[in-house]
Ligand binder design. Structure first.
Ligand SMILES: [Mn+2]
Length: 234
């Protein structure tokens, strides 16, 4: 039986991606979807993009940023961003431009998004901003905050999202996969040493392979009572 395998944020973790595909025994019958943020932070951004080009992917906020800053002067870029940009060619930027912001999986009443969605709005009405960036919200306000910066009353979007689709998402680094009735978070922080996670449909089986990469997070590592224990890196 063919499967749909959705894989969390690679951030240059090509070795882990190959290990995960090997672990799940991927075949040509399977559909593989990368949930965005292929590049930056980790060691092999170009290889990750080329791997995704052989399967399916959605746009992450890091790919969005590379498109936005493609022609910005090098001295105005972070060293990490510049390292990725230097590793990519025109074909990779054209690929980023071709990526959708969500992939619907109607056969599972599900969809793949990078960050999540603004609760109370149908998927077709979502803005790219929310699909690529949403974290802590207080509906119906369209504002979203990082967990470490969220005012009182703003909590992680999965606490508010009622579907009907079950959203598979990355973007927010979790100390373990977050599984609710209408959301499944699979960014376990591969580039920070937390492992690379896939969810495999139709059974919603979770598989995590250990990280090789151990890039230190830029800011403090903190625990937030968002939904279960959500660990966020600023
Ligand atoms: Mn992201």
């Amino acid at each position: 039986m063919s499967r749909t395998i959705v894989i969390g944020d690679l951030h240059g973790c090509h070795e882990e991606a190959l290990a995960l595909l090997d672990r799940v025994g991927v075949t040509r019958e399977d559909r593989v979807i990368f949930a965005g943020d292929l590049v930056d932070r980790g060691p092999k951004p170009r290889e990750c993009v080329e791997l995704a080009m052989r399967h399916e992917a959605i746009l992450g906020n890091h790919e969005e940023k590379h498109l936005q800053q493609r022609h910005r002067a090098a001295e105005k870029l972070s060293p990490d961003h510049l390292r990725t940009r230097d590793a990519l060619g025109p074909e990779h930027f054209a690929y980023f431009e071709s990526l959708p912001t969500l992939i619907r999986l109607p056969e599972f009443n599900a969809a793949v998004v990078h960050a999540g969605a603004l609760p109370g709005l149908a998927l077709e009405a979502q803005s790219p901003y929310h699909l690529l960036h949403v974290q802590c919200v207080s509906p119906p306000s369209p504002k979203s905050f990082w967990p470490s910066k969220a005012p009182a009353g703003f909590t992680f979007w999965t606490n508010h999202w009622r579907g009907p689709e079950r959203l598979i998402f990355g973007h927010t680094v979790l100390d373990r996969p977050l599984v609710t009735e209408h959301a499944v978070g699979i960014d376990t922080g591969a580039v920070y040493g937390g492992g690379l996670t896939a969810v495999i449909l139709p059974g919603w089986e979770l598989v995590t392979v250990p990280s090789v990469a151990k890039v230190p997070p830029k800011g403090e590592v903190a625990q937030y009572p968002v939904h279960g224990d959500v660990r966020c890196f600023s």
